[in-house]
Every structure is written in C-alpha cells, then in structure tokens.
Design a protein around this ligand. Structure first.
Ligand code: 5GP
Length: 193
C-alpha cells in the first residue's frame, strides 16, 4: 500500500494560509486536515475536536512527557502541537494529511519525517501583509509590530521548505498548492539500498 503524503503548510500570520487550506480540503475529499492540540482558549464558533483539541496546559505538558506529539511549539504565548495518533495512522492508510503549523513546528516535522512536503505561503509584500492584518482589526500597534517582526523571521526560514507559493490571488495560490500535491503524488520514490 502506497503511503499518503504529509503536507506541511506554513506562512506568516495574516498571509491567508488557513483560507488556502480550507479551500483545498473542501474541494479534495482525499486530503485530511489535521486537528491540532492547543492550550489557547476557543474563539467564538470553534468546536473541540474539529477546530482544535483544546487542552489545559497541564494536559498538554503531560502529552509532551508521554512523547505523543510529532511536533509542538509555543506560538504567541500558547502551546500548539500535532498529535502522532491523529496523523500517522492516516498516512499509513494512504491518505494525504495536511498540517497548517508554524515554522518551529514545521522544522521538527522535517527532522522526524524526511518525506514531508514543505510548502511556505508568502505574502505579495510585507506592506500588503500589514494591510491585511490591520484589516482583520484584531491587533493594536504593539501586537501588529510583533506579528510583522515575526513574519520577517519566518520568511527568513524559507530555505527549509521545498516550495513557496505567493498568495497575491487566492484562486491562483490554491491552484499552485494543488499542483504541488498532484506532482508529489505522481513522484517516483526511489528506495535507498
Ligand atoms: P491560531 O491561534 O490563530 O489558530 O493559530 C496561531 C498559529 O499557530 C498559526 O500560525 C498556526 O499555523 C499555528 N499552529 C496551529 N496549529 C499548530 C500546531 O499543531 N503546531 C504548530 N507548531 N503550530 C500550529
């Protein structure tokens, strides 16, 4: 049985990676979007087990001790992580699994799972990214600057990824990510002797 792909999508806050991932999974029923665990409080409309597994810090730390995560990271003061139990079984069963995670977590995945397909979503420019974050209306001057600095730090890690997709136009960006997944599915994998 051919294993599924482990597809990692990262990019700065506000770049639209969540929208790209949701568009992809709504269109492609053969792609499974991993549900992460987090210590962040649920936002309006978020459902436990669907949006995230919302855990207490104590439970999250216990799972770190038990080695239950393929990766985890502290992002904007909360823990986020991908549970091995959520994704490895699906990959072994031939399903493509999509992880939308930050750069720190993505590097851990790459270290542990060399075949991971690493995709980075870029904004058209930092100026456009700034306008998009301001447009969401959720940040003050201080947190806006934190997010923009963080965005630059993340973009500096681009060389760790296999592909970059610029999100200037949502439809084009989705098409490009889809094309990457199709190409990776057709790729001939040579087993090392
Ligand atoms: P939010 O709180 O807005 O849903 O997500 C904040 C950030 O956490 C985003 O950059 C998102 O990609 C990242 N994130 C979500 N789930 C995970 C995860 O399982 N692991 C890691 N490392 N980052 C995650």
């Amino acid at each position: 049985m051919k294993k599924g792909l482990l597809i990692v999508v990262s990019g700065p806050s506000g770049v639209g990676k969540g929208t790209i991932c949701n568009t992809l999974i709504n269109k492609n029923k053969d792609i499974y979007m991993s549900v992460s665990a987090t210590t962040r409080k649920p936002r309006n409309g978020e459902i436990h087990g669907k949006s995230y597994y919302f855990l207490s810090e104590e439970d999250f730390k216990q799972k770190i001790k038990n080695d239950e995560f393929i990766e985890y990271a502290k992002v904007f003061n909360n823990y986020y992580g991908t549970l091995k139990s959520v994704i490895m079984e699906k990959i072994e069963a031939g399903k493509n699994v999509l992880l939308e995670i930050d750069v720190q977590g993505a590097l851990q995945v790459k270290e542990k799972y060399k075949e991971a397909v690493m995709i980075f979503i870029l904004p058209p420019s930092l100026e456009v990214l700034k306008e998009r974050i301001i447009g969401r209306g959720s940040e003050n001057d201080k947190t806006l600057n934190i997010r923009l600095n963080e965005a630059q730090n993340e973009i500096d890690m681009l060389h760790n990824y296999n592909y970059s997709v610029k999100n200037a136009d949502l439809k084009t960006a989705c098409k490009q990510v889809e094309a990457i997944i199709i190409a990776e599915t057709c790729k001939i994998k040579i087993k090392k002797q």
